[in-house]
Design a binder for this molecule. Structure first.
Ligand code: CTP
Ligand SMILES: C[C@](O)(CO)[C@H](O)COP(=O)(O)O
Length: 374
């Protein structure tokens, strides 16, 4: 039996404004929905159902996410998500708003822990400000705040009683705690978090962005490589073979630019350089295509939880001309690294005929890579 999650994402975000529903708008480099899915996935909940507006069914989501069309209200969307779960396989379910992308792992863990004993559990924050009634810009009264909480998600339940509660409810509930309580289930309050804000109004995007950026682990790495020219009729640079009256000398294919990028990634991970992972003394790497090294560095980053945000590579040579090939180089690097082309920069400079590159004795390359773990 598993602990499942439903992310309700079928709303239109009318209060948040913007050209798209809030869950599809950009936030700290990804879409709001991507952050929310990543947080739920990190908690180890499975399966994950995302309830989508019918117009959004074609949106790009990870292939292992179950997607179902939602309804006209939040509770109708929750019911659609519940219907996608198999009661024979799922014991508990956490229901979360897509609009809460900054949910801390501790908030999720506390709900799950409470569910070991409780019929239902949900995070709440005690109201700390005084409460007023008001009308026409005037305070018309006050209200006691004792015993009042601001409700958050994810809200957790045993699947079978929640299914029964939703089946018996007339509809129109603000959340699943309201549905559960109407069916007589006791709900434990677990600690909420200020960071677990629900993006509701336009100003909430900036608050959420600040929280997410503060939680990010950002790594910067640099790489530098040089290969000397030798007899030959072409050079490999960023995985593209460029006709030239010389070749580059090296143990592998001598792709000096790809080596610099690879070393930048290893550098960001504090994992040494290509030589540590593919020793030149090992004959199996003689003449190897350098994409093997780059793919290894990318996989190592992924295995440590880092996504590559971007790389920037500069090739230093008098010849061959790099400009006409830069687009093809970016495309090939993007293919190897599984990134969008716009995240790869390849550019070139001469050294004004100075030094070994200026004397056309070889090619040098420097690269920078930015890695992000959220
Ligand atoms: N028919 C609906 C309405 C809401 N939701 C989801 O319920 C959550 C909480 O709703 P809210 O913040 O009010 O989102 P919206 O309904 O999208 O916002 P608005 O009311 O501003 O249009 C959101 O994750 C939203 O996508 C849903 O799945 N189906
Ligand atoms: C479920 C909820 O997030 C609890 O705070 C909230 O009720 C849903 O959002 P809405 O603005 O009330 O639709």
């Amino acid at each position: 039996m598993s602990d499942a999650a439903i992310i309700v994402a079928a709303g239109r975000g009318s209060r948040a404004g913007g050209p798209l529903p809030k869950q599809w708008q950009p936030l700290a480099g990804r879409r709001v929905a991507d952050w929310t899915i990543a947080a739920i996935r990190k908690a180890g909940l499975w399966p994950i159902v995302v309830v989508l507006h019918p117009e959004d069914m074609g949106r790009e989501l990870p292939s292992d996410i179950l997607r179902v069309p939602g309804g006209a209200s939040r509770d109708a969307s929750v019911r659609a998500g519940l219907a996608a779960l198999d009661p024979a396989k799922v014991e508990t379910v956490l229901i979360h708003d897509v609009a809460r992308p900054c949910v801390p792992q501790q908030v999720i863990a506390d709900v799950r822990d409470a569910l070991q004993q409780a019929e239902a559990a949900a995070p709440g924050l005690p109201v700390t400000d005084a409460l007023w009634r008001g009308a026409a810009g005037q305070v018309t009264g006050t209200a006691p705040r004792e015993g009042l909480f601001r409700a958050q998600t994810p809200q957790g339940f045993r699947l079978a009683p929640l299914l029964a509660a939703h089946a018996a409810h007339p509809g129109g509930a603000a959340d699943d705690v309201e549905v559960a309580r109407a069916a007589g289930l006791a709900v434990t309050i677990t600690p909420g978090a200020e960071e677990n804000l629900k993006i509701t109004h336009p100003g909430d995007f900036a608050r959420a962005e600040k929280i997410l950026r503060g939680q990010m682990d950002i790594r910067l790495g640099n790489g530098y490589d040089v290969h000397a020219f030798t007899e030959g009729a072409g050079v490999w640079l960023c995985g593209v073979e460029i006709p030239h009256d010389r070749a580059l000398l090296g143990h592998s294919d001598a792709d000096v630019a790809m080596h610099a990028v690879t070393d930048a990634i290893y550098g960001a991970l504090a994992e040494g350089d290509i030589g540590r992972h593919f020793p030149p003394s090992d004959p199996q790497w003689k003449g190897a295509a350098s994409h093997i090294f780059l793919a290894h560095a990318v996989e190592l980053a992924a295995s440590k939880g880092y996504a590559i945000s971007n790389v920037d590579c500069t090739i230093i040579c008098e010849a061959p001309k790099i400009g006409p090939h830069a687009g093809a180089m970016q495309a090939r690097m993007a293919e190897i690294m599984g990134l969008e082309v716009s995240r790869i920069s390849v550019k070139a400079t001469t050294s004004e005929k100075l030094g070994f590159t200026g004397r056309k004795e070889g090619i040098a390359s420097i690269a920078t890579a930015l890695l992000v773990k959220a």
